[in-house]
Design a protein around this ligand. Structure first.
Ligand SMILES: C[S@@+](CC[C@H](N)C(=O)[O-])C[C@H]1O[C@@H](n2cnc3c(N)ncnc32)[C@H](O)[C@@H]1O
Length: 242
């Protein structure tokens, strides 16, 4: 795997492993991030506009989407089982809050099943590193964003080689040991977290890629204490996607 493209077979195996994480997804994620994951999700929710249509790409079991309050929301994921769980969780909370039903769509970032200039904001949390063609995915996001619409990405931080090495050890030993205990199996699906992190590029690399794919006002900010990056960028305000 390289940091731009994941081969077809590897991606399929990654998907099978992601599906296997569903029962313990939130538990292990909380442990892996020392509880910081809720703070990062809150940061993204605060950046969402008051009005307009929002797309979450790679919604997984709905851990972020369920707390998006009072906004029109579309959740996309390629794994039907993820969408099934997300729909239960998200719809339950939205009904209780009196929010309009969210939409759940099966699909991939690289072939978004939406028309041009459709969304006001697109966000993707802990999914970007799993996209099999990140450049294609970014170009698709730009296509479906309205002029001036924002893309927000959250994924693990990798500032440089040494920081990446620390992250690798953290995932392999800290998260890996816990996942082995929780999943009660040596060959647990969280091994893929380490694999995708190793092949993931630096914060700067994806900042550059976003600019190359036509985003403006691009920022990549490593969030204290250095475990995650939040990237943001806007579709050009003045022109429609061509
Ligand atoms: C770790 S989950 C993230 C769940 C959720 N966003 C959160 O905040 O916890 C990653 C999700 O990204 C999805 N994914 C993987 N490759 C994708 C792609 N190419 N396009 C869209 N989603 C993808 C996976 O199916 C998985 O459900």
């Amino acid at each position: 795997m390289d940091s731009e493209v994941i081969g077809k077979e590897d991606w399929q195996e990654l998907q099978n492993n992601l599906e296997a994480t569903i029962p313990v997804y939130d538990k292990i994620n909380n442990f892996a991030t020392l509880g910081q994951v809720s703070k990062w999700r809150r940061m993204v929710r605060k950046k969402l506009p008051d009005e307009g249509l929002i797309l979450e790409i790679g919604c997984g079991p709905g851990s972020f989407a369920e707390d998006v309050e009072g906004k029109d929301l579309v959740c996309l994921d390629p794994i039907p089982e993820m969408l099934r769980i997300a729909k239960m969780r998200v719809s339950d909370k939205r009904t209780k809050r009196g929010d309009k039903e969210a939409k759940f769509v099966e699909g991939k970032a690289e072939e978004l099943p939406f028309e041009d200039n459709y969304f006001d904001t697109v966000c993707t949390l802990f999914s970007f590193r799993d996209w099999f063609d990140k450049r294609k995915g970014l170009s698709e996001v730009r296509r479906v964003l309205k002029p001036g619409g924002e893309l927000i990405i959250v994924d693990p931080a990798k500032i440089n080689y040494f920081h990446g090495l620390l992250g690798h050890f953290w995932m392999k030993y800290w998260v890996g040991t816990y996942a082995r205990i929780v999943c009660k199996q040596k060959e647990h699906p969280w091994k893929w977290l380490t694999k995708t992190y190793i092949s993931f590029g630096t914060t700067r690399k994806y900042e550059k890629m976003m600019i190359e794919e036509g985003f403006e006002s691009v920022k990549g900010r490593v969030i204290f204490p250095g475990m995650a990056t939040i990237w943001s960028g806007k579709a050009p305000a003045s022109e429609k996607f061509e």
